[in-house]
Design a protein around this ligand. Sequence first.
Ligand code: PLP
Length: 352
Amino acid sequence: MLTLNHYHNQWIDLRSDTVTHPTEEMLDAMVKADVGDDVYQDDPTTLQLEELAAKMVEKEAALFVPSGTFGNQLALISHTERGDEVLIPESNHIVMHEVGASAVIAGVQLRCIPDVNGCITIKDLQYRFRDGDIHNPRTGLICLENAHSSGKVIPLADMQEIFNYSRSLGIPIHLDGARIFNAAFALKVDATDISQYCDSVMFCLSKGLCAPIGSILAGSKSYIDRARKNRKLMGGGLRQSGYLAAAGLISLKKMVQRLPLDHENAQYLAKRLREIPELEIFDDRLDINMVFFRIKKKNFDSDALVHYLSKKNIKINLPMAEEFRLVTHYWIDKRKIDWVIMIIKEYMQKAL
Ligand SMILES: Cc1ncc(COP(=O)(O)O)c(C=O)c1O
């Protein structure tokens, strides 16, 4: 008899949607999964997951990979040659949070573009595109991120414009779509309306979609063939990956459609946080399942707040550049949000 880990009964974890554990249905499916050896390409559950994943973003093929970072870096090495330059908004995950892997694995140079919540313009790209001058690296790839981890989505019209421009130069686009389905709900479109404007897309099964491990890289058949070989080179050729893919299948079949609830809960969390006068909520970045705020008081002791919440079984991250980020997900409901608000109010009354 399977029982769920009781972590989610003990902790209210708002640090990220990466903290989601698999549901009981997923655990059950994992135990019963039909598996083979995926390096031999005969693991039926992984093949089924890859087929469905490719279909959901309307690409010819898809590959199961261990993580979002792995998927992005695999995308880069499979699109580029060593020494290429990659045009990318400077606040993207690939630049900020992937340990400089692009220099180590693909051996590319990231040409970072100042952006506003992941948005850049054609002008930004035009200015940075390299011609064939002997001094120049080749411009090998453009990267975008939608939804962006600032909590905003990139409008479809912007993506289309950049896509059309990339066609005129013959440069591919990779989309970090870790939360592409959140972006689709926020934009009120289908995920395929977004993925039509990129050559490859990575999306995560392990965030709001609750799978314990795994992401997808999708693209054309020839591109995914190349990526399969590179995945092996990177040590990501998994064997009985069907045990993990079984959870991923439930992510795609059942968890995608409930993401709007996380967005609704983020709106509710923001509304309740507005009751606390010491906080400033960034209302213009409430597109998905993330709420950003800052404490108005100068020299506020953020460590003490995080520590206080932790003693009350609430996990939040320390602020980055004075911004706190709270993330809603499958294991967060309005009742838990009410509890968190009560504890923050209690702390503010004591501390200020
Ligand atoms: C936008 C974005 N891309 C990529 C990743 C990397 O995913 P992983 O943590 O699975 O490596 C994350 C993780 O939070 C992310 O937010």
